[in-house]
Each structure stands twice: as structure tokens, then as C-alpha cells.
Design a protein around this ligand. Structure first.
Ligand code: PEP
Length: 255
């Protein structure tokens, strides 16, 4: 059985004080949530304070990125050990904004995944095509390259300790959501790639989130799709009520 995992990616939003407030609101609102795994990903700066807020609750903590080295001359970067020390359990890796603006490649995604797993944290591996790639008929080749790059050298046991976020780049922050069918087709394709690498049983056990303008109005339809196991949420995660409006429909779904 796969878990429904809903993660809020706060991106470069909220001061530390605002993050503590939002985390407090999410913890309160998520008190009755039983089956959905609820995750929030504040900025690096707010992680330590938010860790205190979520301690003992059913809300988990994620970082938005990580470096693959332990320490050293990497100005501006944060290591996996540092994240682990303050209670981070999940790390978003390969987000399209990292790929577009900060030179993230499939090779660096792979290094980060391995590093995070070596410390028993769970990577949320982001993949997805641009609009131009989709229009050129390159959806499947782009996803194939990204999945194979991210999972290079990972054994089946490691693959089972990952989450994928399929995020069509054209849907992120645009208000344009993939239709239920478009999203389902892409998710089924991603799962088929996992099945080729690791076999059907492993592929059926890995949660694949959808990301891209997901909101309370479209969450139930997307989450009802066979291969959609949650969401990675940007804009709608910046308020506790809209975030929980996405989490709550997940409670009645099992995969
Ligand atoms: C994201 O940042 O991963 C994302 C899906 O953003 P939004 O929900 O705002 O489209």
C-alpha cells in the first residue's frame, strides 16, 4: 500500500516569525489527520524554529535543498548532517526552480539523493517537463532521462525510500493545472519507468506526488487518480486552511 504524502514547499516566502506562525497553524489544523503524511518545507533559516513547533505533532519537516558534501568551502550551502541534526526528515531535491535558475542537473540530483539517504532522510525527487518539451512530444524522453539520472546506482531498497514529485514545469506557480487525465498519464509513465528499473512490486510501493497549481478545488480529482499519491504544493501551502483543504481529501483515499 502506498502512502498519500502532501508536502508544502514554502519556497523563499515567510520570515522566521511568519514561518513559526504558519507552522503553528498547520500543526493545529492537522491534529485530526491520521493517514496522510503531512510535510512542510520552510526556508533554511526558519527550519530550526519550525522544528521546535512540529516536534511531537503529526507534521514532518522538510528542507528545500541540500548540498551533497559534508562540509567545506561551498558558500551559501547547507549539508545533510546539518539538516539531520535539527530534525529534518525529508529533503526536496531537483525542484524545477533549482534546475532552471541554479544549475541543478540529474547528476547533482543523484548525488544529493544518495547523501540524504545515507543519513536516513527521505528525498522528494522532483521531475517534470517544460511546455516546449511537452509540445515537442518529448514528455516521455525527458521523464526517462530524469528518472534514470536520479536513480542511477540506487538499489531497490534505496528506491523504496524515495518519493517522486511529478511537476510539469508549465503548471508550477502558473495557476494552470494539468488535467486529471494528463497528470494520471504522466504518473503511470513514471511508475512504468520505476517498474523497468526495479520491478512491479517496488514501483507499486513508491509514492508519486503531483505538483503544479494544486489547490483545494482540484485536489480531490487529482488525488483520486490511480497513480497520484499526494501533492507537492507551493502557493496553496502558504495558508494553513488552503493547505489543509488539499490534505483532507487525501484522508479518504487509499492506494
Ligand atoms: C512547487 O513549488 O513545487 C509548486 C507545485 O508550486 P505551486 O503549487 O505554486 O504551483
Amino acid at each position: 500500500m502506498r502512502k498519500i504524502v502532501i508536502a508544502g514547499n514554502w519556497k523563499m516566502n515567510k520570515t522566521v516569525a511568519e514561518s513559526v506562525k504558519l507552522a503553528t497553524d498547520v500543526v493545529a489544523a492537522a491534529q485530526g489527520i491520521r493517514s496522510v503524511v503531512v510535510i512542510i518545507a520552510p526556508t533554511y533559516l526558519a527550519l530550526a524554529k519550525v522544528a521546535e513547533v512540529v516536534q511531537g505533532s503529526n507534521v514532518k519537516l522538510a528542507a528545500q535543498d541540500v548540498h551533497w558534501e559534508n562540509q567545506g568551502a561551498f558558500t551559501g550551502k547547507v549539508s545533510a548532517d546539518m539538516l539531520k541534526e535539527i530534525g529534518v526528515e525529508y529533503v526536496i531535491i531537483g525542484h524545477s526552480e533549482q534546475r532552471t535558475y541554479f544549475g541543478e542537473t540529474d547528476a547533482t540530483v543523484n548525488k544529493k539523493v544518495r547523501k540524504v539517504q545515507s543519513l536516513d532522510m527521505t528525498p522528494i525527487i522532483c521531475i517534470g517537463e517544460t511546455l516546449a518539451e511537452r509540445k515537442d512530444g518529448r514528455l516521455e524522453s525527458v521523464l526517462t532521462t530524469q528518472v534514470n539520472g536520479a536513480y542511477e546506482g540506487l538499489a531497490a531498497d534505496d528506491a523504496l525510500r524515495t518519493i517522486i514529485a511529478y511537476e510539469p514545469v508549465w503548471a508550477i506557480g502558473t495557476g494552470v493545472t494539468a488535467s486529471d487525465d494528463e497528470a494520471q498519464q504522466a504518473h503511470a509513465f513514471v511508475r512504468s519507468l520505476l517498474a523497468i528499473r526495479y520491478g512491479e512490486d517496488v514501483a507499486q510501493s513508491i509514492s508519486i506526488q503531483y505538483g503544479g497549481s494544486m489547490k483545494p478545488e482540484n485536489a480531490a480529482g487529482l488525488l483520486a487518480q490511480t497513480d497520484i499519491d499526494g501533492g507537492l504544493i507551493g502557493g496553496a501551502a502558504l495558508k494553513a486552511d488552503s493547505f489543509l483543504g488539499i490534505v483532507t481529501p487525501g484522508e479518504s483515499i487509499s492506494k
